[in-house]
Design a protein around this ligand. Structure first.
Ligand code: ADP
Ligand code: MG
Length: 729
């Protein structure tokens, strides 16, 4: 393949065909990114070969040696010469086969790749043979004829000195944390999915295996033996399916952790059509449910196997086949998400009721732990559930104490026994500090107002809609059934945040500011902003006074702000903590000054209920997904970033500047730093709208009736009509 490009145009860069070995090495580096990718490919080959036992030995995090032995069907002697050439496979012969591919491999690239970046030796024996063969490969080719050797059933593949010819990669891998943990992790995942196969994984020379599973018929047993008892005993079985081709067709089963399982990191083991894959969207959707439904900011353990018709999965979207794309992905995710949510809620509730007969412990827990995290979901159901946010949690670090959180005292106020729902609610309330009962009543009344004002039609839209994209800086385009709507994301997010403040009342996790912010200066800043166009410089003194008074006021209220709203103000008047209203979302910090001013000016500090209501509204406004203060660079706002010469306005850019004689060049330069900052903030906002706001709205928002008439939702078209218009064109 060494074709020389014609010798012309000496000065211009010459396009040359790369040497094939270079091409192969580059491609190999993509398929085998690190030792763990080689292990995954080798184990998948063993699984494709119907093995029932697979063992892995690793030396030096896989850089020195990876050895995978199986008891599968082996490799035919006559296939050995081309075994490690690129694009040789026994699993696919024509492109159409990809549509129905069941094996994990199909590209015929993995083994070849390993021979370009390491030394590969294969020992194999097929059924009915008296002896096996051993052969080594380099750069896709056999180094010698296969040698007869003694062998046990199956295949053993050894990869030595991985990346010996990619010095930079070898160095980074050597310096990075051991790949061995990653290898153990991948094998653990395989082991709990392929429960009819036994797996083991150990370091070279070690007597003990770090993964050791035996074939079993019980998935739970497999999980117990690989991930331990503490995981296995806190799992709930989950199953779902759909078989409506207009919506989605899938079957899912798995195990998810319950509320007793408290860890800081998500483990999500996902197999789609028996492939170990990742699906960030699904993972995130489930994390949101956990953080919202369960008391502590606990992350889940999830094992899930999803089976779809093979033609609905595109397995060929990623070189290492790590990610797949699915038909109707959004519908499937939504279905799974709501199922997980209801299961978690039920598991919480059943616990509440199980424990009802038990007298609660005499010590009434008070909420002192700021880290205790409680996110309610608006249940939206009519059943007699105790809303999650009505339950009281004790110390998050005390697992035993967590059970008490769900105990409840017998109602003491007989008036409240009329309705069992109120009874349960109020009894839970009783468990709080008695002093706080009144506080809760006012918050409960505010939540009741939200519930009673909920517009059922809008609720349906919010729950069922598909997010299409942003139509402009404020309106998102949504599709619901056959209608398109424009929805004002600022109004929606403001309302959602407001409702979240009340539902999570006194149970927020904290956002810690990297530097604490002096209230007085910030309020001063906000006051100046307000009067920017009024040229009000002369009343600076007045502003100072206002800033000082507001700071004093907030300092006085600090205890309450901290306890109920997780807004932490220290005795020097510095703000250092804010509440998390939605997981994965922090508000725009540019809006802190405005918020602080609003706390001073707009909050009613006299009446308790009004106070909570106006504080929630202030927080709602602060956390809402306003357009960022920097203009949107992807629209007309781009003009703003054109380089301004010598303090001229943006409009002057491009015109000649007459202040400095020489400098009259036409400027078409941009303020790159500012531009990229703007791109980042706008990009982040778009991401949050799609991945945080809409999924959370689906779960939590009770849209008020006012939104039907105040322009928050506008129906723009019905698809039927649009189709008719398009047909005419
Ligand atoms: P792919 O798995 O995409 O086909 P690979 O490069 O991983 O490509 O493997 C090439 C071929 O080698 C496979 O198609 C299979 O026939 C054979 N093979 C690899 N490993 C094994 C094994 N452990 N047992 C049996 N056959 C194997
Ligand atoms: Mg393979």
């Amino acid at each position: 393949m060494d074709i020389e490009a014609p010798e012309e145009a000496k000065e211009l860069p010459k396009i040359q065909r790369l040497d094939e070995s270079v091409v192969n090495r580059i491609a190999a580096g993509e398929v085998i990114q690190r030792p763990v990718s080689a292990v995954k490919e080798l184990v998948e080959n063993s699984l494709d070969a119907s093995s029932t036992s697979i063992s892995v030995v690793v030396k030096d995090g896989g850089l020195k040696l990876i050895q995978v032995s199986d008891d599968g069907h082996g490799i035919r002697h006559e296939d050995l010469p081309i075994l490690c050439e690129r694009h040789t496979t026994s699993k696919l012969s024509k492109y159409e086969d990809l549509q129905s591919i069941k094996s994990m491999g199909f590209r015929g690239e993995a083994l070849a790749s390993m021979t370009y970046v390491g030394h590969v030796t294969v020992t194999t024996i097929t059924k009915g043979q008296l002896h096996g063969y051993r052969v080594s490969y380099r750069d896709g080719m056999m180094e010698h004829e296969p040698k007869a050797c003694a062998a046990v059933k199956g295949t053993q593949i050894m990869v030595e000195n991985l990346f010996y010819n990619m010095i930079a990669r070898r160095k980074t891998l050597q310096n990075s944390a051991d790949d061995y943990t990653k290898i153990v992790d991948v094998l653990s995942r395989f082991a709990i999915h392929h429960i009819d196969v036994s797996f083991s994984c150990r370091k070279h020379g070690a007597a003990r295996a770090d993964v050791h599973s035996v074939a079993t018929s019980s998935r739970l047993d497999a999980i117990r033996s690989v991930y331990g008892l503490s995981v296995a005993r806190n799992l709930i079985k989950i199953e779902a399916s759909d078989n409506d081709p207009s919506r989605s067709v899938f079957e899912m089963d798995g195990f998810i952790s319950n509320s007793n399982y408290v860890v800081k990191k998500t483990t999500m083991v996902l197999f789609i059509n028996d492939r170990l894959v990742e699906c960030t969207a699904l993972k995130r959707a489930l994390e949101i449910v956990y953080s919202a439904t369960l008391p502590k900011a606990s992350k889940p353990f999830i094992y899930m196997s999803i089976i779809l018709p093979p033609e609905h999965v595109d397995v060929n979207v990623h070189p290492t086949k790590r990610e797949v794309s699915l038909l109707n992905q959004e519908v499937i995710i939504e279905k799974i998400q709501s199922l997980v949510e209801s299961m978690l809620r039920n598991s919480n509730d059943s616990r509440t009721f199980q424990e009802q007969t038990v007298e609660s412990s005499p010590s009434v827990p008070s909420i002192t732990n700021n880290e205790s995290h409680l996110n309610p979901s608006p249940s939206g159901s009519k059943s007699q559930k105790v809303p999650v946010h009505k339950m009281v949690r004790t110390d998050s670090s005390d697992p035993a104490g967590r059970l008490h959180a769900y105990l409840y005292k017998k109602p003491q106020n007989h008036l409240e026994m009329n309705s069992s729902l109120t009874a349960v609610r109020s009894s839970v309330r009783q468990r709080r500090n008695l002093k706080e009962t009144a506080d809760l009543t006012s918050v409960q009344e505010l939540i009741d107002v939200i519930d009673s004002k909920c517009h059922s039609g809008l609720l349906d839209i919010v729950r069922q809609c598909t997010y299409v994209g942003m139509a402009d800086d404020v309106f998102a385009l949504l599709q619901h059934n056959t209608h398109l709507y424009l929805a004002n994301v600022v109004n929606l997010s403001k309302e959602l945040m407001y409702q979240q403040v009340l539902r999570r009342f006194a149970h927020f996790n904290a956002i810690q500011l990297s530097e604490s912010a002096p209230l007085q200066e910030l309020i001063m800043l906000a006051l100046k902003e307000e009067e920017l166009d009024l040229e009000g410089n002369e009343n600076d003194d007045l502003k100072m006074k206002i800033a000082e008074m507001n700071t004093q006021l907030l300092k006085q209220k600090a205890e309450m702000l901290e306890e109920y709203f997780c807004i932490f103000i220290d005795s020097d008047g510095n703000l250092s903590r804010l509440p998390i209203l939605l997981d994965q979302y922090t508000p725009d910090m540019d809006r802190v000054p405005e918020f602080l001013l609003c706390l001073g000016n707009d909050v009613d500090w006299e009446d308790e209920k009004n106070c909570f209501q106006s504080l929630a509204a202030a927080l709602g406004n602060f956390y809402a997904m306003h357009p960022p203060l920097l203009p949107n660079p992807s629209g007309e706002g781009l003009e703003f970033y054109r380089k301004r010469k010598h303090g001229k306005n943006p409009q002057d850019a491009g015109k000649s500047s007459c202040d400095i004689g020489d400098d009259i060049e036409i400027e078409d330069e941009f303020e790159h730093e500012l531009l990229s900052e703007a791109e980042t903030v706008w990009g982040q906002r778009d991401w949050s709208i799609q991945h945080v706001l809409f999924p959370s709205m689906r779960l939590f928002l009770k849209p008020p009736t006012s939104m039907a008439v105040n322009g928050t939702f506008v129906r723009v078209a019905s698809l039927e009509k649009l189709y008719k218009i398009f047909e005419r064109c």
